[in-house]
Design a protein around this ligand. Sequence first.
Ligand SMILES: Cc1ncc(COP(=O)(O)O)c(C=O)c1O
Length: 474
Amino acid sequence: MRTPTSDIRGLFVGVEQQVPLLDGTTHVYVNFDNAATTPPFRAVVDAVEQMFPYYAGVHRGTGFKSMLSTYLYEQARLKVAEFVGADPSKYVVIFTRNTTDSINKLCHHLPLKPDELVLTTVMEHHSNLLPWWIRGQVDYVLATTKYGAPEIEALKKKLEEHKGKVKLVALCGASNVTGYIPPIRQVARLAHQYGAMLLVDAAQLVAHRKITMQSPDEEEAIDFLAFSAHKMYAPFGTGVLVGPKEFFRQKPPDVVGGGTVELVTLNQVEWTEPPEKEEAGTPNLPGVVALSRSIEILSEIGFDYIQEHERHLTSYMLKRLAEIPEVIIHSDPNPQMSENRVGVIPINVKGIEHSLLAAILGFEWGIGVRHGCFCAHPYIMHLFNIHPDEVQPYLEQIRRGDHRGLPGFVRISFALYNTTEEIDYFISALKQIIRQGPRAKYVVQTRTGEYFPEGFDYDYSTYISSILSSHHSG
Ligand SMILES: Cc1ncc(COP(=O)(O)O)c(C=O)c1O
């Protein structure tokens, strides 16, 4: 296995960044919010910067820069296909803005007869729920285990119930709430047996496990794959949707405009071929270059290392959390259970509201976590055992503009640069917070439900002006 963690940390921008604390000191930021977004690889930033002197509009430009830019853009497409094991003669790689955009695009294109539907699960992020919900022809595989995993038997039951009518099974590759990885190959086989296609929302999987789509005619193939570059150390605004080439020929694009056509008259349009048909407007070359470079680095580090390191972090954190009786873990607390999960751990601390705990960790310890419901409200309600009928009072409270005291967790999420030392620091912070409470008086904002230390505010302008001045002088 390659690379001790210190080498790995050197690959990133900002992971040794000092941030201000409430007491006027600073501390190296501990980022346990990687499921939201990840810091960039240094080489990704360098690649984008190296590209800029040659940056120009891709496609249809005849100048050198434009041709080079087009070359980079199309090479990146091939790289993505190779990275996810998608044969470019069968699958098309479409660059989007992010996973959300990718799933909405698929939703637009999916042909559904009136009696057909999409099957998704209660475990999904809203980005893999709301597009189908809005479309209206949807059913949900409910959670059948304590930690909310919709089991294969439950999926089978639903496929049987809607026999021949399920056009697509839309499932996350890993949950952004519990880190749970469903048995994708098994789901693929089952979906295909029932004549359905499979979408894997790989937003939480792509930076943590090797994904292989396989050939579309194989039983265990993934038909559609969606992911975001910003969750894989390339935060420059690119997402990906991969799917069978033929599929995207059937319908006009979801977004129309420049680049999507062969010919337009005032009463006719001839759409061009995918992927161009699906990438309306000027493409995001910096984003695509960033993604391409991040793929190279991830491949160089290797998923064996990544998986093993993140498994170790998750298992170590679970062991250390078990030392604290006040901690409630809402995913499987077994440190040995590591094969089918990524490094995401949702917790509560008895007696401390999740939003207050997250604020104390940030203001007093320089630890970044996320709290709340993580764009997965149905899943959180399931994990909290909140019946749909019990949601009404929360809804009424929110409609009054009051977000205080709503249910939620604090989420710890790892990336490949995190260390056990950071976990030790987090655990000592947690123990001290539980023992001694906050070091300041915190007040809650009604509108957001967020806590802030009374009379304290960061002076953001000093950070912004230093960035601006370094740009001016640099
Ligand atoms: C499982 C899952 N799907 C989809 C998304 C949406 O990703 P994006 O915001 O990049 O579109 C997220 C984001 O956290 C996610 O965790």
